[in-house]
Design a protein around this ligand. Structure first.
Ligand SMILES: [Zn+2]
Length: 329
């Protein structure tokens, strides 16, 4: 009897163990299958992510290429525009039939724009600077207007174009006037005059770049002593060159100059009013010193803070820095 019970128990135990082992094997297989599936899913996901990343990369590349293509196109257009502007500088202002031999090329003053922003950034000094021998403005004797500035030079020294442009006038007026001179029309709308030269180097109609030597300095025309008579004009109207440029430094006094046709100051130097701009056309740029404020400078130059602010794009609360250059109007 005991033996029978034992055999039965052994049978039950064996069956249970076998069932457990079977279950374990089954579970292990299931796990393996799941693992395999997971790996497949993961690989699948990774591939999808990689594909997506590649797609994004390609998209970015296409975008970049598109941008660079557009940039290249823009640059090419700019180069073409620059060349066209050099071929016919500031034609929109002067018109195609303004390549005349007179100093003032404007036949009709009503065509002069009321305001115009003149870009001065590419300025190159016309000569090696020694000193200014005569300022722009009314001459004390003779009541004659001096439309330019006289800069000391020695005969034979190079004279350079101050901006890119095209030679409009190359002329020799003999013992009168400017003597051997040039008028160059620039791409920024300005025209510059270079008088009393000893030698012409460039031809009429020639395109010149800023800094190109156009002639040699001298003492021709109505001149006593070698110097360069230099004028800056917009549509024939003379602007004080000392207001636009610092010849000693060889730099422009501002990035852009706003030409105003009806401005009572700037280009016209007046001999009667005792305002800053009437002092023979100079003293129009003021360098800020320690302890200065807008009110003090305005009082010093018989002008108003409002006018100072307008001329220099400042607000009444702007803080002035020592050495800042202010245009006095
Ligand atoms: Zn002069």
């Amino acid at each position: 009897m005991i033996k029978k019970v034992f055999v039965r128990l052994l049978f039950v135990f064996t069956i249970s163990t076998l069932t457990l082992v079977a279950q374990k094997v089954e579970t292990s297989n299931e796990i393996k299958t799941m693992e395999k599936e997971s790996v497949f899913m993961l690989t699948d996901s990774l591939s999808s992510i990689k594909l997506l990343a590649d797609k994004l990369e390609i998209k970015k590349l296409i975008q970049k290429q598109k941008v660079s293509r557009e940039e290249r196109l823009e640059q090419e257009i700019k180069v073409i525009e620059k060349l066209e502007n050099l071929e016919a500088p500031a034609e929109d202002i002067y018109g195609a039939d303004s390549w005349v031999q007179t100093v003032n090329p404007m036949k009709d003053s009503s065509l002069i724009p009321n305001t115009y922003e003149i870009d001065l950034k590419g300025f190159v000094a016309p000569i090696k600077y020694y000193r200014t021998t005569s300022n722009y403005g009314w001459r004390r004797r003779g009541h004659r207007m001096h439309h330019g500035v006289d800069l000391k030079l020695y005969t034979g020294e190079p004279v350079r174009a101050v901006f890119d442009g095209k030679v409009r006038v190359k002329h020799n007026s003999g013992r009168r006037g400017y003597g051997k001179y040039y008028i160059i029309r620039h791409t920024n709308g300005l025209e510059t005059v270079y008088g009393h030269l000893s030698k012409h180097i460039v031809k009429a109609g020639q395109i010149v770049k800023a800094g190109d030597i156009i002639g040699l300095g001298g003492n021709t025309g109505r001149s006593t002593g070698s110097h360069l008579h230099f004028e800056a004009r917009f549509c024939g109207i003379a602007i004080n060159p000392q207001m636009l440029f610092d010849f000693a430094e060889g730099t422009p006094n501002m990035d852009t100059y706003t030409f105003r046709k009806y401005s009572r100051s700037s280009h016209y130097a007046r001999k009667t009013k005792k305002t800053s701009q009437s002092r023979d056309g100079h003293c129009q740029i003021y360098k800020v010193r320690r302890g200065d404020c807008l009110t003090k400078i305005a009082a010093q130059y018989h002008t108003t803070v409002q006018r100072l602010c307008q001329a220099n794009h400042l607000s009444k609360r702007s803080i002035l820095k020592i050495g800042d250059k202010l245009l006095i109007q």
